[in-house]
Write a protein that binds this ligand. Structure first.
Ligand code: PHE
Length: 332
């Protein structure tokens, strides 16, 4: 029996070494430690021994069993970390890979358009300003002359943030709140553009997104007229889209401009693109920012950047701007 016991660890060593996978190893374990395995077989014979032998051989068997156990456990660790290494290697993605002759990536279409428009406006003497995407009611609505119960608040389907009092904190619904920040922060004359991401609680379709980008333009100076507004819009559309594009202003309403207009762009094929809104800064808005409306006047316009970017490339569906398809993205 002592020989049989000595053989247990030998068998365990040999079996473990030969096992090329976890299944093989399980079979070795069953044959040695299983119910009908070698250890059980020896245990059954213990009953026929006298007490001294039973103690001596029992102790030897117990030790051998523990050795077998630790041999198998060590091998199991080896095999399973090898299996893990193998599956990691097979699932490995090389995100640093650059294919010869291909770019490693480039800025998104909308980012490119923002940068290009910044260049156009900086060339016209404007500065670039930014504001937060999470706004308070004052900047997004109240300072912009939306009365507390003004129905125009419903024109902009708003995402509210659970901060402060009810409806006090919003995801900005337009870039116009940045006008308030600029006018509060610096005295006129002001010539600024404010690109940024905005949020509307509405269903997505081919002409609407819930998260999109706008570019706001604000001028406050002495003697600013509606003519300056129309001329500036025309100059930037020509610079950005081409001389063959023209603009149209249709009477409209915004609480923060008076008079107000919708801004449309006409494509060379004669069709129209509704781009945004504009108007002369409302005297109340100037006053809210501590600017004397008797001395200063201004214009503002704001439009959808994603729309303009896609229009330039003749892409009809606004949802494409969210595409992660490399075949779409790499066209720009
Ligand atoms: N903020 C307006 C909108 O998002 C657009 C606008 C900007 C209108 C500036 C007038 C002046 O609908």
């Amino acid at each position: 029996m002592i020989d049989e016991i000595a053989r247990l660890t030998e068998d365990a060593e040999r079996g473990a070494a030969a096992a090329s996978g976890l299944d093989d190893l399980q079979a070795v374990e069953t044959s040695l430690l299983g119910k009908k395995g070698a250890v059980s077989g020896i245990k059954r014979q213990l009953g026929g021994l006298d007490e001294d032998d039973r103690k001596r051989i029992g102790r030897a068997l117990h030790e051998a069993q523990q050795q077998v156990q630790s041999i198998l456990t060590a091998r199991r660790d080896e095999l399973s970390s090898a299996a893990r290494r193998e599956s990691l290697a097979s699932e490995r993605m090389d995100l640093t890979e650059v294919r010869p002759g291909h770019d490693a990536g480039h800025l998104h279409l909308v980012t490119q358009v923002i940068e290009e428009l910044e260049d156009v406006f900086v060339g016209l003497g404007f500065t670039v300003a930014e504001g937060p995407e999470v706004e308070d009611d004052w900047h997004n609505f109240t300072a912009l002359n939306f009365g507390e119960h003004h129905p125009a608040r419903d024109m902009q389907d708003t995402f509210f943030v659970a901060l402060g009092g009810p409806r006090e904190v919003v995801m900005r619904t337009h870039t116009s709140p940045v006008q308030i920040r600029v006018m509060t922060d610096q005295p006129p004359p002001i010539y600024s553009i404010m690109p940024g991401r905005v949020f509307r609680n509405e269903a997505t379709d081919s002409t609407h997104l819930a998260v999109f980008h706008q570019l706001e333009c604000l001028v406050v100076d002495e003697g600013i007229t509606f003519g300056h507004l129309a001329g500036t819009i025309e100059a930037f559309i020509h610079a950005f889209m081409g001389e063959e594009y023209s603009i149209r202003l249709r009477p409209s309403y915004f609480p923060f401009t008076e008079p107000s207009a919708e801004l449309d762009v006409q494509r060379p094929d004669g069709s129209w693109l509704e781009l945004g809104g504009c108007g002369m800064v409302h005297p109340n808005v100037l006053s809210n920012c501590g600017i004397d409306p008797e001395r200063w006047s201004g214009f503002a316009f704001g439009f959808g950047l994603d729309r303009l970017a896609l229009a330039r490339y003749g892409v009809a569906d606004l949802r494409e701007v969210m595409s992660t398809d490399i075949r779409f993205l790499s066209q720009f």
